[in-house]
Every structure is written in C-alpha cells, then in structure tokens.
Design a protein around this ligand. Sequence first.
Ligand code: SF4
Ligand code: SF4
Length: 131
Amino acid sequence: MEMKDAPIIGKDALGRDVRDLSVIPWWGVDRKTIDWSPTIDSGKCSGCATCFITCGRRVYDWDTELQKAVVVQPDNCQVGCTTCANLCPSGAIRFPDLTVAHHAAARAQMVKKAFQQTKHLRPEGAKPEEE
Ligand code: SF4
Ligand code: SF4
C-alpha cells in the first residue's frame, strides 16, 4: 500500500488531509508495533511551526490554544528518520534511541531485502552482510 492509498481520517488546522499511515506495514512489519515517533518538550518549544509545516506525513497539528505544534499521529512518522528534530531551532524534539529503529530493521530483515533489491547491481557471487 502506498501513502496515497491510506485512509483520510480528517484535516489538520490548515485544512490539509490527514491520512492514517500506520496501516502501511514498514517493510513487512506492522507499523503500530514500532515505537518510533517524536516527542515535543513543550517548555523548550517556541511555537515556530517549522515541524508542523514541514512534516509531510502529518505527524503534527497546530494547537491554537497553546500556540504550539503537537504530535497527533505518532505512527505516521517514518521509522528511523529525525528530520524535524534536526530542523527544530529550539532543540525541542526528541526521538527514541536509535536501537529502536535498528531492532525494527532486524525484524524487517532489512539487510537481506536491501541486498535482494540491489543484487543485479553487484558482482556475481556477492553475498549479503550478516544482520
Ligand atoms: S520546530 Fe521545534 S520550536 Fe518549532 S514548533 Fe516544532 S517543536 Fe516547537
Ligand atoms: S521524522 Fe519526518 S516523518 Fe517523522 S515527524 Fe519528523 S518530519 Fe515527520
């Protein structure tokens, strides 16, 4: 299933469609079983809205009372990515330890799948790395 096929479950504060991306398995693993999503330290957040505007997966919405971004669809987050935390000017966004993503990748047999999908680009007889 692709992002465009995930069900629309509402609109965000800007009227943009919000989809439930957690129904899309992550490389064969149920996305809902992977605890990977951002957390905002509200005390540090300046309310710049960068995360809300730039996250294309609608993990964030805008709280008009707080005048800050809030996490509303945590399982929409792309496993292993931390873009919003890298861009937050206040250093207010945290992610779980990378071991969470590594364990998910192992469960998904990611190394094996990556090798299989690039096998035709490699020398004959090449073998995948051990996971
Ligand atoms: S990018 Fe950081 S400071 Fe800006 S709204 Fe998001 S959490 Fe708050
Ligand atoms: S890491 Fe990417 S997908 Fe996840 S919340 Fe941040 S910007 Fe959105």
